[in-house]
Ligand binder design. Structure first.
Ligand code: AQP
Length: 332
């Protein structure tokens, strides 16, 4: 049985269907079988420019969304990354042992820095090192993530190995990625080859977890499709069809074969209507709960403070172990 798992989402905007199906939907049942730590990844969020007021509002909003999706603050630790200083401290130590070449090869760095050229900040390059610190501080056995984060998790494992070699024993165990095949990568509704993302300039590209039923219907009806009728063959060459089917399958708990069956030989409209129905039944209650929880900032803050205290105890102990092993000053 998994003993401890850990995962998080950046408060960079409204959480969307990709965050839900790729991450949170997996987290909820894990609470029954493991000690769970779910954090709000605000230090990572500032690797690209953020409006401070908006960021602060998004931190509470993300906490509210976690709760609305079924994360139980009595069972799980929920906290904001920047509230536990050990994350930044361990990241510095890892910065000092991680080869630069490893970071320059990361796909996300290449993508996010491309538009900024020399203006891209150091934090964008060091992002996966902070992520390694986020994870290893808590010694989790597994980290549930979408497929896009697999490369970063591999780097976390490499940094753990590097540290272990440096200190001469297996201090860090290597965490495993926990990825569900279908929820791994939910794609944009406007382009089936691009990941659904909070920061996509087109709101029509994503279903947000606080969208109204009308907005959901509008976005799904406008979702990109192709001119062919639906067939079971060569779906891999039809990214928009594959995406809509995968989403419907995940929402209904059916296999892909069961999902496609009623629509074979038809156009996209019946499939889209079924998808709207499934989305509305799952997303609207989440959105309503999120909005209600957001009205109670004191309640959300109390949960984040309780989580901060619990996380700090674990993280501080790891940091002291690491500092001692590195020969840094640890108060006797
Ligand atoms: N489209 C997606 N499909 C499946 N899983 C996804 N995740 C994100 N998008 C998808 C998973 O959600 C978790 C948290 O992601 P994040 O928001 O912290 O960072 P991200 O992956 O960079 O997400 P966005 O929406 O694209 O954010 P921005 O636009 O701010 O960069 C991770 O487990 C991720 O795999």
């Amino acid at each position: 049985m998994t003993r401890r798992i850990l995962s998080g989402i950046q408060p960079t905007g409204n959480l969307h269907l990709g965050n839900y199906l790729g991450a949170i939907q997996q987290w909820v049942p894990l609470q029954q079988v493991a000690e769970c730590i779910f954090f709000i990844v605000d230090s990572h969020a500032i690797t690209v420019p953020q409006d401070p007021k908006q960021l602060q509002a998004n931190i509470r909003r993300t906490a509210a969304t976690y709760l609305a999706c079924g994360i139980d603050p009595e069972r799980s630790i929920i906290f904001a990354q920047s509230s536990v200083p050990a994350h930044a401290e361990l990241a510095w130590i890892f910065n000092c042992i991680t080869p630069l070449g490893w970071l320059q090869r990361m796909t996300q760095f290449k993508e996010k820095s491309a538009s900024q050229k020399e203006g891209a900040c150091l934090g964008l390059l060091a992002y996966p090192v902070l992520q390694a610190a986020d994870i290893l501080l808590y010694h989790p056995q597994a980290v549930p993530v979408g497929e896009d984060q697999k490369q970063h998790l591999e780097l976390t494992r490499d940094i753990a190995l590097l540290f272990n070699r440096l200190v001469g024993h297996d201090y860090f165990a290597l965490p495993e990625p926990l990825i569900t095949a279908q929820g791994a990568r939910i794609m944009s509704l406007r382009d089936g080859t691009k990941k659904m993302s909070k920061s996509d300039s087109s709101e029509a590209s994503r279903i947000e977890l606080t969208d109204t039923a009308d907005a959901i219907a509008h976005k799904v009806r406008r979702a990109k499709s192709d001119a062919d009728l639906i067939h079971a063959e060569h779906i891999e060459n039809r990214p928009e069809l594959a995406n809509l089917l995968a989403i419907l399958a995940l929402l209904t708990g059916q296999t892909l074969d069961q999902t496609i069956e009623p629509y074979i030989g038809k156009g996209f409209s019946a499939l889209k209507e079924a998808l709207i129905e499934a989305l509305v039944s799952i997303i609207i209650p989440i959105g309503e709960k999120t909005e209600a929880l957001q009205q109670d900032a004191a309640y959300l803050d109390a949960i984040l403070i309780k989580g901060q205290k619990a996380a700090n105890v674990i993280a501080h102990a790891t940091l002291m172990d690491v500092k001692e092993r590195m020969g840094l000053w640890v108060k006797p």
